[in-house]
Design a binder for this molecule. Structure first.
Ligand code: AQP
Length: 330
């Protein structure tokens, strides 16, 4: 069985971009892959935060993941800071990662341009990410498209480490695998302003657990095809964010109908959004209800996360013993 790893930052609440790009896929893949899923709180402390908020967001993220279908009886679910080997391996990888590779990462350039003072952790983020994945020697990583460049770097780090410390081992038996992304058809969900990727830090999100009326309040003014100035103007579905959300939430026959109604101006954009809202509700109502059940069961959730961390730690420690041995570390 191939092994997968993926993480999510508790840097805000889980939104439909995270869900459609990654987490929904986690819930499916846990049935066919040995799966490690992690709330990556060490990544989240790179941005300014309050300790009490971080603790609360980590707990909320776990509730959202469980509500979205991640099942600890089928996967290993844990919190990154419960397994110190993540940062230990990240330090080791820092010693072999070229600075230039880190500086050219799009996400670093993008996020650094929004900071007055850039923390070194922002630059080294993809090194910790490589450590997260390779600590479990995972060869597949279910992520959204924004993480594809980081994964290229993880593969390079893996190759570099293997080339330096795996001498004598045949190519097929390299200690660290070269992890490949597993993308979904919704690999890049745009924010409702249509300007940028839906992102916790940009405030352009629709939360997975948001109440129906709040979702509608965001959907109603959401950007559509700019050519549809009037109700009677026909549109081009492919350029419309709402159409892409239909593809993610509505059944195929509805998606087809939406395309026809948009391109013939049969529907106005509000009609189209109302149907999308109904489709979203069909998927989100059971998730919200599971979230309420999970949240009422704090002791059980803590037990599940502790058990997940115990298992993750055992696997991580085995990797680190081998890594340190091959590197001449004590
Ligand atoms: N808009 C998106 N469309 C598809 N997939 C997405 N992901 C994030 N945004 C989208 C995927 O969700 C997983 C978890 O992401 P993350 O929280 O670890 O980091 P991120 O990609 O940086 O997510 P955000 O929401 O943009 O957070 P901030 O603003 O804090 O940086 C990943 O697999 C990601 O690809």
């Amino acid at each position: 069985m191939s092994r997968i790893f993926s993480g999510i930052q508790p840097s805000g609440t889980l939104h439909i971009g995270n869900y459609l790009g990654a987490v929904k896929n986690w819930a499916a893949l846990q049935h066919t892959h040995e799966s490690f899923f992690c709330v990556v709180d060490y990544h989240a402390i790179i941005a300014a935060y309050e300790p009490a908020d971080l603790r609360a967001r980590t707990a909320d993220m776990i509730v959202s993941l469980l509500a979205a279908g991640v099942d600890p009886s089928r996967c290993t679910l844990f919190v990154q800071s419960m397994v110190p080997e993540h940062t230990e391996l990240a330090w080791i990888f820092n010693t072999i990662t070229p600075l230039g590779e880190l500086e050219r990462q799009t996400q670093f350039k993008d996020k650094a341009s929004r900071e007055e003072s850039v923390p070194a952790g922002l630059l080294n983020y993809p090194v910790l990410q490589a450590a997260d994945i390779l600590l479990y020697r995972a060869d597949r990583v279910p992520v959204g498209e924004d993480q594809v460049q980081h994964l290229e770097l993880s593969r390079e780090i893996s190759r570099k480490w293997n080339a330096r410390f795996d001498a004598g081992v045949g190519a097929g038996d390299a200690f660290f695998p070269e992890p490949e992304p597993l993308l979904t058809p919704s690999r890049r969900i745009m924010g409702l302003d249509g300007k940028a990727k839906m992102s916790k830090s940009l405030g352009n999100t629709v939360g997975l657990l948001e109440p129906a009326d709040e979702i509608w309040a965001k959907l109603r003014p959401a950007v559509t095809d700019p050519k549809r100035q009037r109700r009677t103007d026909p549109g081009t579905p492919e350029v419309c964010n709402i159409y892409h959300l239909h593809k993610a939430f509505s059944p195929p026959e509805t998606v087809q109908h939406v395309a026809v109604q948009c391109s013939t101006a049969g529907w106005g954009c509000i009609d189209c959004k109302k149907v999308l809202h109904e489709s979203m509700e069909r998927e989100l109502v059971p998730i919200r209800s599971r979230a309420r059940e999970v949240a009422a069961n704090g002791a059980l959730v803590k037990e599940m996360i502790d058990a997940g961390a115990d298992h993750a730690r055992r696997v991580a420690q085995a990797t680190m013993r081998e890594v340190k041995d091959r590197m001449g570390l004590t």
